[in-house]
Write a protein that binds this ligand. Sequence first.
Ligand code: BTN
Length: 260
Amino acid sequence: MELTEEHITSNLGTTIFGRRIISFKSIKSTMDYAKSLAERDEPEGTVVIADYQSKGRGRFGRVWMSEPGKNILMSIIIRPSIPLEKFGLISFLSAISVAEAIEKIANVKVNTKWPNDLLINGRKVSGILMEASITADKGDFVILGIGVNVNQEEFPKEIKNYATSLLIETGKYYDRVALLQEILRSLESNYLKINQTYDFTEIMKKWKEKCSMLGKEITLIHAGKTINGTAVDVDSKGFLQLKVGESTISLSSGEVTIVK
Ligand code: BTN
Protein backbone atom coordinates (compact mmCIF):
# COMPACT_ATOMS: atom_id res chain seq x y z
CA MET A 1 0.00 0.00 0.00
CA GLU A 2 1.23 3.51 -0.79
CA LEU A 3 2.46 5.67 2.06
CA THR A 4 -0.27 8.30 1.86
CA GLU A 5 -1.89 10.25 4.66
CA GLU A 6 -5.23 8.60 3.87
CA HIS A 7 -3.89 5.04 4.10
CA ILE A 8 -1.92 5.69 7.26
CA THR A 9 -4.71 7.40 9.20
CA SER A 10 -7.26 4.72 8.32
CA ASN A 11 -7.74 2.47 11.41
CA LEU A 12 -4.69 3.99 13.09
CA GLY A 13 -6.42 4.49 16.44
CA THR A 14 -3.93 6.90 18.01
CA THR A 15 -4.76 10.31 19.41
CA ILE A 16 -1.38 12.05 19.24
CA PHE A 17 1.11 10.22 17.04
CA GLY A 18 -0.05 10.58 13.47
CA ARG A 19 -2.84 13.12 14.21
CA ARG A 20 -1.44 14.89 11.16
CA ILE A 21 0.60 13.20 8.45
CA ILE A 22 2.43 14.95 5.66
CA SER A 23 3.87 12.68 3.03
CA PHE A 24 6.36 13.36 0.25
CA LYS A 25 7.52 11.35 -2.73
CA SER A 26 10.88 13.01 -2.37
CA ILE A 27 12.34 15.50 0.08
CA LYS A 28 15.82 16.56 1.20
CA SER A 29 15.31 15.31 4.75
CA THR A 30 12.14 14.83 6.77
CA MET A 31 14.09 16.23 9.77
CA ASP A 32 14.34 19.75 8.37
CA TYR A 33 10.76 19.85 7.18
CA ALA A 34 9.42 18.63 10.54
CA LYS A 35 11.60 21.19 12.32
CA SER A 36 10.28 24.02 10.18
CA LEU A 37 6.71 22.92 10.99
CA ALA A 38 7.47 22.65 14.72
CA GLU A 39 8.87 26.18 14.67
CA ARG A 40 5.51 27.28 13.29
CA ASP A 41 3.65 25.65 16.23
CA GLU A 42 2.58 22.48 14.43
CA PRO A 43 1.18 20.17 17.13
CA GLU A 44 2.88 17.27 18.82
CA GLY A 45 2.49 14.00 16.95
CA THR A 46 2.71 15.49 13.46
CA VAL A 47 4.49 13.02 11.19
CA VAL A 48 6.51 13.86 8.08
CA ILE A 49 7.22 10.84 5.89
CA ALA A 50 8.94 10.40 2.56
CA ASP A 51 9.52 7.70 -0.03
CA TYR A 52 12.95 9.13 -0.73
CA GLN A 53 15.38 11.59 0.86
CA SER A 54 18.05 13.23 -1.28
CA LYS A 55 19.93 14.34 1.85
CA GLY A 56 18.85 11.87 4.52
CA ARG A 57 21.12 12.12 7.52
CA GLY A 58 22.15 9.94 10.41
CA ARG A 59 24.02 10.58 13.64
CA PHE A 60 27.30 12.50 13.46
CA GLY A 61 26.18 14.06 10.17
CA ARG A 62 26.50 10.79 8.26
CA VAL A 63 24.43 10.05 5.17
CA TRP A 64 21.34 7.85 5.64
CA MET A 65 21.01 5.82 2.44
CA SER A 66 17.64 4.42 1.46
CA GLU A 67 16.32 3.34 -1.97
CA PRO A 68 13.13 5.11 -3.14
CA GLY A 69 9.83 3.56 -2.07
CA LYS A 70 11.32 0.66 -0.10
CA ASN A 71 11.67 1.76 3.48
CA ILE A 72 10.24 3.89 6.27
CA LEU A 73 11.68 7.40 6.58
CA MET A 74 9.89 9.64 9.01
CA SER A 75 10.25 12.47 11.49
CA ILE A 76 7.81 13.17 14.29
CA ILE A 77 7.30 16.37 16.27
CA ILE A 78 7.29 15.76 20.02
CA ARG A 79 6.72 18.33 22.75
CA PRO A 80 7.55 16.42 25.92
CA SER A 81 6.45 17.62 29.33
CA ILE A 82 9.24 15.67 31.04
CA PRO A 83 12.21 17.45 32.66
CA LEU A 84 14.92 18.52 30.25
CA GLU A 85 17.55 16.17 31.69
CA LYS A 86 15.36 13.23 30.68
CA PHE A 87 14.93 14.28 27.06
CA GLY A 88 17.74 11.96 25.93
CA LEU A 89 15.81 8.97 27.23
CA ILE A 90 13.15 9.53 24.57
CA SER A 91 15.54 7.94 22.08
CA PHE A 92 15.56 4.74 24.19
CA LEU A 93 11.77 4.83 24.37
CA SER A 94 11.67 5.23 20.60
CA ALA A 95 14.10 2.36 20.03
CA ILE A 96 11.99 0.04 22.18
CA SER A 97 8.77 1.16 20.50
CA VAL A 98 10.15 0.57 16.99
CA ALA A 99 11.66 -2.78 18.07
CA GLU A 100 8.34 -3.96 19.50
CA ALA A 101 6.48 -2.92 16.34
CA ILE A 102 8.96 -4.74 14.08
CA GLU A 103 8.80 -7.87 16.22
CA LYS A 104 5.01 -7.86 16.06
CA ILE A 105 4.76 -7.32 12.31
CA ALA A 106 7.74 -9.38 11.10
CA ASN A 107 7.97 -11.95 13.89
CA VAL A 108 11.74 -11.58 14.15
CA LYS A 109 13.99 -10.84 17.14
CA VAL A 110 15.31 -7.29 17.31
CA ASN A 111 18.27 -6.24 19.48
CA THR A 112 19.22 -2.80 20.70
CA LYS A 113 22.68 -1.31 20.42
CA TRP A 114 23.67 1.81 22.38
CA PRO A 115 22.63 4.45 22.00
CA ASN A 116 19.73 3.83 19.64
CA ASP A 117 20.38 1.41 16.83
CA LEU A 118 18.22 -1.63 16.19
CA LEU A 119 19.86 -4.79 14.93
CA ILE A 120 18.68 -8.07 13.50
CA ASN A 121 21.29 -10.83 13.53
CA GLY A 122 23.95 -8.22 14.32
CA ARG A 123 23.13 -5.90 11.41
CA LYS A 124 21.42 -2.54 11.57
CA VAL A 125 17.79 -2.51 10.48
CA SER A 126 16.80 0.82 11.99
CA GLY A 127 18.40 4.05 13.17
CA ILE A 128 16.98 6.81 15.31
CA LEU A 129 18.04 10.43 15.27
CA MET A 130 16.82 12.86 17.91
CA GLU A 131 17.25 16.58 17.45
CA ALA A 132 16.09 18.77 20.32
CA SER A 133 15.34 22.45 20.11
CA ILE A 134 15.75 23.93 23.54
CA THR A 135 14.66 27.38 24.63
CA ALA A 136 16.05 28.92 27.83
CA ASP A 137 15.61 26.27 30.55
CA LYS A 138 12.74 24.35 29.06
CA GLY A 139 12.70 22.02 26.11
CA ASP A 140 10.75 23.40 23.27
CA PHE A 141 10.42 20.40 20.98
CA VAL A 142 12.13 17.28 19.80
CA ILE A 143 12.24 16.03 16.24
CA LEU A 144 12.41 12.28 16.31
CA GLY A 145 13.78 10.80 13.09
CA ILE A 146 13.23 7.12 12.40
CA GLY A 147 14.58 5.12 9.49
CA VAL A 148 13.60 1.46 9.11
CA ASN A 149 14.95 -0.70 6.31
CA VAL A 150 11.92 -2.68 5.20
CA ASN A 151 11.86 -3.93 1.62
CA GLN A 152 15.33 -3.03 0.36
CA GLU A 153 16.94 -6.02 -1.39
CA GLU A 154 20.57 -4.97 -1.02
CA PHE A 155 22.82 -2.22 0.27
CA PRO A 156 25.81 -0.42 -1.25
CA LYS A 157 29.04 -2.30 -0.67
CA GLU A 158 30.36 0.22 1.88
CA ILE A 159 27.56 -0.67 4.30
CA LYS A 160 26.63 -4.19 3.15
CA ASN A 161 28.24 -5.83 6.18
CA TYR A 162 26.50 -3.56 8.68
CA ALA A 163 23.07 -2.88 7.21
CA THR A 164 20.11 -5.14 6.69
CA SER A 165 16.37 -5.00 6.01
CA LEU A 166 13.33 -6.98 7.08
CA LEU A 167 13.23 -8.45 3.59
CA ILE A 168 16.84 -9.65 3.78
CA GLU A 169 16.33 -11.14 7.24
CA THR A 170 12.96 -12.83 6.75
CA GLY A 171 12.66 -13.31 2.98
CA LYS A 172 9.31 -11.48 2.95
CA TYR A 173 8.06 -8.13 1.70
CA TYR A 174 6.12 -6.01 4.19
CA ASP A 175 3.31 -3.50 3.89
CA ARG A 176 5.02 -0.30 5.00
CA VAL A 177 1.70 1.26 6.01
CA ALA A 178 0.96 -1.58 8.46
CA LEU A 179 4.44 -1.33 9.99
CA LEU A 180 4.31 2.46 10.18
CA GLN A 181 0.94 2.32 11.93
CA GLU A 182 2.25 -0.21 14.44
CA ILE A 183 5.27 2.00 15.16
CA LEU A 184 3.01 5.00 15.80
CA ARG A 185 0.74 2.96 18.12
CA SER A 186 3.69 1.56 20.01
CA LEU A 187 5.32 5.00 20.36
CA GLU A 188 2.09 6.52 21.59
CA SER A 189 1.42 3.88 24.19
CA ASN A 190 4.97 4.07 25.63
CA TYR A 191 5.09 7.86 25.40
CA LEU A 192 1.76 8.46 27.15
CA LYS A 193 2.98 6.42 30.12
CA ILE A 194 6.25 8.31 30.62
CA ASN A 195 4.73 11.71 29.94
CA GLN A 196 2.57 11.18 33.02
CA THR A 197 5.02 9.39 35.30
CA TYR A 198 8.38 10.73 34.03
CA ASP A 199 9.59 7.26 34.89
CA PHE A 200 11.74 5.46 32.32
CA THR A 201 12.60 2.47 34.56
CA GLU A 202 10.49 0.01 32.58
CA ILE A 203 11.72 1.35 29.23
CA MET A 204 15.39 1.08 30.29
CA LYS A 205 14.79 -2.43 31.62
CA LYS A 206 13.26 -3.55 28.32
CA TRP A 207 16.02 -1.79 26.38
CA LYS A 208 18.74 -3.59 28.38
CA GLU A 209 17.04 -6.97 27.97
CA LYS A 210 17.26 -6.46 24.23
CA CYS A 211 20.78 -5.08 24.25
CA SER A 212 23.29 -7.22 22.40
CA MET A 213 26.45 -5.39 23.53
CA LEU A 214 26.41 -5.42 27.33
CA GLY A 215 29.28 -7.53 28.68
CA LYS A 216 31.07 -7.36 25.35
CA GLU A 217 34.32 -5.77 24.28
CA ILE A 218 33.68 -2.72 22.18
CA THR A 219 35.48 0.07 20.40
CA LEU A 220 33.94 3.47 20.86
CA ILE A 221 34.68 6.66 19.00
CA HIS A 222 33.95 9.68 21.18
CA ALA A 223 34.97 13.29 20.45
CA GLY A 224 37.45 12.07 17.82
CA LYS A 225 39.13 9.59 20.21
CA THR A 226 38.99 5.81 19.97
CA ILE A 227 38.44 4.02 23.28
CA ASN A 228 38.55 0.24 23.79
CA GLY A 229 36.76 -1.33 26.73
CA THR A 230 33.98 -3.55 27.99
CA ALA A 231 30.40 -2.27 27.85
CA VAL A 232 29.27 -2.88 31.42
CA ASP A 233 25.92 -1.15 31.72
CA VAL A 234 23.69 1.71 30.60
CA ASP A 235 22.60 3.84 33.56
CA SER A 236 19.26 5.49 34.29
CA LYS A 237 20.36 8.62 32.37
CA GLY A 238 21.12 6.50 29.30
CA PHE A 239 24.91 6.90 29.73
CA LEU A 240 27.10 3.98 28.72
CA GLN A 241 29.34 2.61 31.47
CA LEU A 242 32.54 1.49 29.84
CA LYS A 243 35.21 -0.44 31.74
CA VAL A 244 38.61 0.67 30.54
CA GLY A 245 41.43 -1.08 32.40
CA GLU A 246 40.63 -0.79 36.09
CA SER A 247 38.30 2.20 35.86
CA THR A 248 34.78 2.67 34.56
CA ILE A 249 33.95 5.73 32.51
CA SER A 250 30.51 7.14 31.76
CA LEU A 251 29.73 8.29 28.23
CA SER A 252 26.80 10.29 26.93
CA SER A 253 27.47 9.71 23.23
CA GLY A 254 29.69 7.85 20.82
CA GLU A 255 29.83 5.40 17.95
CA VAL A 256 30.17 1.79 19.03
CA THR A 257 31.61 -1.21 17.21
CA ILE A 258 31.21 -4.54 18.94
CA VAL A 259 34.56 -6.40 18.88
CA LYS A 260 33.54 -9.70 20.53
C1 BTN B 1 21.39 6.88 12.63
O1 BTN B 1 21.35 5.68 12.91
O2 BTN B 1 22.46 7.45 12.41
C2 BTN B 1 20.09 7.63 12.58
C3 BTN B 1 19.42 7.51 11.26
C4 BTN B 1 18.12 8.29 11.16
C5 BTN B 1 17.56 8.28 9.77
C6 BTN B 1 16.21 8.91 9.69
S1 BTN B 1 15.39 8.59 8.17
C7 BTN B 1 14.15 9.74 8.55
C8 BTN B 1 14.85 10.92 9.20
N1 BTN B 1 15.31 11.86 8.21
C9 BTN B 1 16.64 11.92 8.17
O3 BTN B 1 17.29 12.66 7.39
N2 BTN B 1 17.16 11.10 9.08
C10 BTN B 1 16.15 10.42 9.85
